[in-house]
Design a protein around this ligand. Structure first.
Ligand code: ZN
Length: 314
């Protein structure tokens, strides 16, 4: 039995900052193993909401050292090991998460690292075997220079998770031969970011990889305002592929592709999103009103100044 459970589907800092969508990462259950991928802010509370026992985590996977991907890494290690009382689990992460870099302190603290049985740094092209599963680090092109994606090759299915990346033809070979392809697509339009995928990029990738199922997640505010369901239907039409938009708490069987919503509490959680999005729009209107007021004041001041100037000049 295998399941993919979304503890979060939020992408950009607007969505994550206001928790319009959650950001706790993705759980991958394969037989007795439970992998936790990219545990961002709120991973513990989302695990509670979805009925996921983090004590059952056997491995953690982190693609890069950005806050929405690894903020809760130490909290999750603490939860899964009872503060190191039960030293267990493997962490597989990119170099920045574990060792930091010129511009980044590593999110992983040495103290919590000591609670793990093992930690492994993976660079693109690197591989690691955990029981029956082979995990490959895929190329990524992101603002965090060591960012990677993960490909999980299991006896029953192959799942590729892009992590955060811009579109690059060089990445495509890594995505090939995946049954399930999870794409982080925060942007609707290309101009929104040079470091991330947009809707058009997703179309190009899905067309070339042709997975049995493509899952779009990591939504930014423009994608949510536009309505992911509508956008995803368009991607589906253009690619001729089964494509779904992930939602918080969504459970997907990677073998049968059956989709269901998680525990009952999540229904409430999903409903709240509409309210949060509405609140965000209202806030945006308020900001616009304030900006207009400031502009008016400035033009008034500008007029006064030019009047004063003219008085001075004469
Ligand atoms: Zn990132």
């Amino acid at each position: 039995m295998s399941d993919i459970i979304f503890l979060g589907t939020g992408g950009d800092s607007y969505v994550v900052g206001r928790q319009i969508r959650a950001s706790g990462g993705i759980i991958l259950q394969i037989g007795d193993d439970q992998y936790h991928i990219d545990p961002g802010p709120g991973a513990l509370s989302m695990a509670k909401e979805t009925g996921i026992n983090l004590r059952a985590n056997t491995a953690l996977f982190v693609t890069h050292n950005h806050i929405n991907h690894c903020n809760d890494i130490n909290a999750v290690i603490d939860a899964m090991t009872y503060s190191g009382f039960d030293k267990k689990g493997v962490l597989v992460a990119n170099n920045t998460v574990i060792n930091g870099s010129l511009n980044y302190q590593p999110f992983l603290q040495k103290y919590y690292r000591g609670f793990l049985e093992r930690f492994i740094v993976l660079e693109e092209g690197g591989k690691v075997g955990i029981n029956d599963v082979e995990v490959k680090a895929m190329k990524a092109k992101h603002s965090e220079p060591n960012a990677i994606g993960f490909k999980f090759i299991t006896p029953d299915f192959t799942l590729a998770y892009t992590g955060d990346t811009a579109y690059s033809a060089e990445n495509l070979a890594d995505y090939e031969n995946s049954d399930v392809l999870i794409l982080n697509v925060p942007c609707l339009k290309k101009e929104e970011s040079k470091d991330n995928l947009c809707k058009g990029d997703a179309v190009n990738i899905i067309k070339k990889v042709n997975p049995k199922l493509a899952i779009i997640t990591h939504f930014g505010i423009n994608f949510l305002k536009a309505d992911p369901l509508y956008e995803i239907r368009e991607i589906q039409k253009e690619t001729n592929c089964q494509v779904i938009a992930a939602t918080d708490g969504m459970v997907i069987n990677p073998v049968s592709y059956a989709v269901e919503q998680g525990q009952k509490t999540l229904y409430k959680y999903a409903k709240k999103e509409g309210i949060r999005l509405h609140e965000f729009k209202q806030q945006e209107e308020k900001v616009r009103e304030i900006n207009e007021m400031i502009e008016e004041k400035q033009t008034e001041l500008g007029n006064e100044n030019s009047e004063n100037d003219s008085i001075e000049n004469t």
